[in-house]
Design a protein around this ligand. Structure first.
Ligand SMILES: [Zn+2]
Length: 375
């Protein structure tokens, strides 16, 4: 259940209560694609860096180790030893971006696994079944992610099918949640708005899915190559069409600046691979801009990545040491950078929530953006 605690301009401060605990929003979900944050980060580590929600991937876990295996082991929470909320995406995005030789039909998508090429069929019912086996807190609806350059006709047909698929997802989840051997009978469903960069298609679709009284609503198919300005324009058009008393999730976004701009437009939930991916390459976020720790100027720099940062990397280690680890290809180097970056994102979300609570979001956003542009 979502409670809208406060508004500051269009920015929303909310509280989402789930069977696995409370999520304070706006929130950044930490991405663990195959049930692990890349960079040798464990769920025990997540407890020390303010992570509220872990996000795992339906398609990847279906291919390996198999959702039936995870179900036999008691579901994803038990498998990973994580008792807080988990969101699983529907697999739709991966089916459309990774899988080979796919065929889209009304019943779903036939495609070949990107691992070993074996044939897989996934439609709304299969995606819901897999997510029910994984027993995540929040399941995402199975949608088509059309190419952002798809023409109007294709986009209109695709979005209409996504709506029909969403209704099937809702029915199937209700059925699965009522079965006696379902691990999480309180699983929740978020619908996904699509429509590329066509504002009118997006708005009509948002109005249709808003009527289905789902637990939350996502905006999908953005941050796939369009400009930041286009993304903000779509958010300006779409977010007001989605129910204010439900969480709004902007999928796959983004940079700290993208998040600040989207919070300013009423978005509650975010996820992105940037902090972990950049961390694995020695790129770390600070309040004074991004740093590349491979840079020679850090060779003798005995300061932490960011002075005053309370993350596991900055509490104990210097830029010079982490640079050495990265150069020597020691896994600890990557790990420390990923921990710092996730801590940076999670702390920024905490600051955003405090700023909205205090009615000072605009001043905070300006200060944060100006600081990050320094380097
Ligand atoms: Zn740090």
């Amino acid at each position: 259940m979502y409670e809208l605690l406060k508004k500051d301009g269009r920015a929303k401060r909310g509280r989402f209560t789930t069977v696995h605990g409370v999520i304070e929003t706006p929130v950044f979900m930490n991405v663990g694609t195959v049930a692990a944050i890349k960079g040798a980060v464990s769920t025990d580590d997540l407890r020390g860096i303010k992570t509220q929600v872990e996000l795992s991937n339906t398609y990847h876990l279906h291919v390996r180790p198999g959702d039936e295996v995870v179900k036999k082991l008691g579901g994803l929470h038990k498998f990973m030893n994580w008792d807080k909320p988990i969101l699983t995406d529907s697999g739709g995005f991966q089916v459309f971006s990774l899988a080979k030789l796919r065929k889209i039909k009304e019943e779903g998508v036939h495609f070949n696994s990107h691992i070993d090429g074996h044939k897989i069929f996934m439609g709304p019912e299969q995606s819901m079944q897999i997510q029910s086996n994984l027993a995540s807190t929040i399941a995402m609806a199975f949608d088509e992610c059309p190419s952002s350059v798809a023409d109007r006709k294709y986009m209109t047909n695709s979005v209409e099918r996504t709506t029909r698929w969403l209704k099937r997802c809702k029915e199937e989840m209700a059925r699965l949640n009522s079965l006696p051997d379902t691990i999480n009978p309180h699983q929740m469903l978020f619908g996904i708005n699509q429509g590329g960069i066509y504002e009118d298609i997006r708005i009509a679709h948002a109005q249709q899915i808003a009527e289905l009284n789902l637990d939350g609503y996502a905006v999908g198919g953005l941050a796939v190559g369009e400009s930041h300005e286009e993304m903000y324009r779509i958010l300006d058009a779409v977010v007001p069409q989605l129910p204010e008393n439900k969480p709004t999730y902007l999928m796959g976004v983004g940079t700290p600046a993208n998040i600040l701009e989207a919070v300013d437009r009423g978005v509650d939930f975010f996820d992105c691979v940037y902090p972990s991916r950049n961390g694995r390459h020695g790129h770390v976020y600070t309040n004074h801009g991004k740093m590349n720790l491979f840079n020679a100027k850090y060779e003798l720099d005995d300061r932490p990545i960011e002075e005053g940062c309370n993350c596991p990397a900055c509490r104990s280690y210097s830029r010079a040491y982490i640079r050495h680890l990265l150069k020597a290809k020691e896994m600890l180097g990557m790990r420390l950078c990923v921990l710092h970056n996730l801590y940076f994102y999670n702390t920024m979300m905490e600051e955003i929530r405090d700023a909205i609570d205090a009615g000072e979001f605009q001043a905070y956003k300006k200060r944060k953006l100006e600081g990050m542009e320094q380097k």
